[in-house]
Design a protein around this ligand. Structure first.
Ligand code: COA
Length: 231
């Protein structure tokens, strides 16, 4: 890099940034940035190293994974986002057939991590990364974005249109409800198309993601009896 270019810490607040798909050559910069999303883990999001080693491919950037990088005007990486398949979907006992697993991983997306270099925060880079991820998932046919985050970020994600909760409940066809919680973190969700809703259902302890999958659409009269949705 030329010595006439500004260093990371001296980039002016108004400097533009761009967002692109991260590739194999970006691995070190990407891993260093994404580590800020979980500083207590010795190898946070190590999965991303393997993803970046693969060839890119649809429907997201690396098949069902998404690796985005934000760069400042000097080409220095300043932010990173990792999205893809929620691990719980692959392990949940209620998602009990390959066909249902396949439908869930192609309709319910997740942002695993987003991080911005500490010198570059509060310039809209995190917001832009999240919005770009939402666009990519929407174009790929997903109906809802989900993410886990610390309670300190409740306001941040609400401002980005997420419904903040302690659990995710998903309506599966025909009248099943499955749930997922995470210790000490929120599980927030945002519909990516108007037909998908986060419905309040009498008897259900949290909002219910409905109309995500074909055959799973809740009428307003629906209730939950503790075992099944009733309508
Ligand atoms: C969370 C994070 C990605 C936000 O990125 P960012 O580029 O700083 O965020 P934006 O510039 O898009 O933020 C816009 C607004 O969100 C709010 N906001 C941003 N970071 C916040 C934080 N850490 N806590 C509370 N509010 C926050 C502010 O209101 C800000 O607006 P302002 O400029 O008027 O203050 C960044 O702080 C970060 O990398 N944190 C460490 C990693 C992390 O916690 N990741 C999230 C969990 S995976």
């Amino acid at each position: 890099m030329s010595s006439s270019l500004p260093t990371l810490g001296s980039v002016p607040d108004t400097a533009p940034f761009t967002i692109r798909v991260a590739g194999h050559a970006d691995t070190t910069a990407y891993m260093n940035l994404i580590a800020h999303a979980d500083p207590h883990d010795p190898d946070p999001f190590g999965l991303a190293r393997d993803i970046l080693a693969r060839h890119p491919g649809r429907p997201l950037s690396h098949h069902r994974d998404l690796c985005l990088l934000a760069e400042d005007s000097t080409g220095t990486a300043v932010g990173a986002l990792l999205g893809g398949v929620p691990r719980w979907v692959l392990e949940h006992p209620g998602i009990d057939t390959l066909a249902l697993t396949d439908r869930m991983i192609s309709h319910l997306g997740m942002i695993h991590a987003v991080a911005v270099h500490p010198d570059q925060r509060r310039r809209g880079i995190g917001r832009a990364l999240i919005q770009r991820a939402e666009e990519r998932f929407t174009q790929a046919g997903y109906g809802v974005m989900t993410l886990n985050h610390a309670p300190e970020l409740d306001g941040y994600y609400r401002s980005l249109g997420y419904t903040v909760d302690d659990a995710l409940l998903v309506h599966l066809p025909p009248q099943r409800l499955i749930g997922m919680t995470a210790d000490d973190t929120r599980m927030s969700a945002k519909p990516l198309r108007p037909s998908v809703r986060l419905a309040e259902v009498p008897g259900a302890p949290h909002r219910v993601i409905t109309s995500l999958l074909p055959g799973a659409s809740l009428p307003p009269s629906a209730t939950f009896d503790g075992t099944r949705l009733q309508y």
